[in-house]
Design a protein around this ligand. Sequence first.
Ligand code: GDP
Length: 304
Amino acid sequence: ETLDKGLEKSKTSFFSKLSKAVAGKSKVDDEVLDNLEEVLVTSDVGVNTTLKVIERIEDRVARDKYLGTDELNKILREEIAALLSETNSGEATEFEIPADKKPYVLMVVGVNGVGKTTTIGKLAYQFKKAGKKVVLGAADTFRAAAIDQLQVWADRVDVPIVRQNMGSDPASVAFDTLQSAVSQDADVVIIDTAGRLHNKVNLMNELSKVKRVMQKVIGDAPHDVLLVLDGSTGQNAFEQAKQFTAATEVTSLAVTKLDGTAKGGVVIGISDQFKIPVKYIGVGEGIEDLQVFNKYEFVDSFFK
Ligand code: GDP
């Protein structure tokens, strides 16, 4: 219900575009497929994934000979869910952490402005609400504002934060954070990292140094690397996914600002292209506006 509300804009737009694409047609033919292709591309599903979906529908048309446009919703929904299934188990509904990791170390990456700090704050809130002891690490030391913003969230959620001065070594902050978390017997550590992309080699070096130094405290840290992407930026989000996956091993995605976009299709395209599961989606600026990604709910919210 809240997901439907959060995704209202994506849903309405996708749905109305789709209705226009099949208006006056009873049968799925080349023209309908062309229109559908356009709807998917303009919803930021991405060209490659769109072509994959179109191909799947063409196969069904060829197999069944006749495919009514009234069935198109149902079939699109099935095909998109199947596509998402290749990477997303889609079973999770709660904010869970692996039971065998204590503390569980989550490193968060992404460029400035995508909602990285907000997502960290929302996650800290959810984990704390679930009874976990959370520690934040302000390893985005490049901008003073990044440290201060994380502090605001730490205060708001009422969780400890480890920080140093602006310009200090991010790896050193990460090291301190892990040590502090271990000594406090914390359950979850969330490490914020710098969001600079303009120098790929620097980014790669910095992230691997942060990882290497963390491993001096906890041998298999980080347990997850979460890439935060702004769902309203379409091609930019694809480009960032490309650069970050080249710079470090990204294990999961958070796609933010899906409330403010008519282009929620980016979730489908990015998940398909990069074979990385979408773990969380941001559907607003509020502390509760983060959801565990459920592919069935997501697809349903588009096609209801
Ligand atoms: P950072 O620079 O990546 O750390 O970005 P911030 O966390 O500071 O967020 C940038 C802006 O995006 C802020 O105004 C946030 O309130 C807003 N924001 C973050 N997530 C969402 C979301 O899911 N929906 C909406 N509408 N705004 C969001």
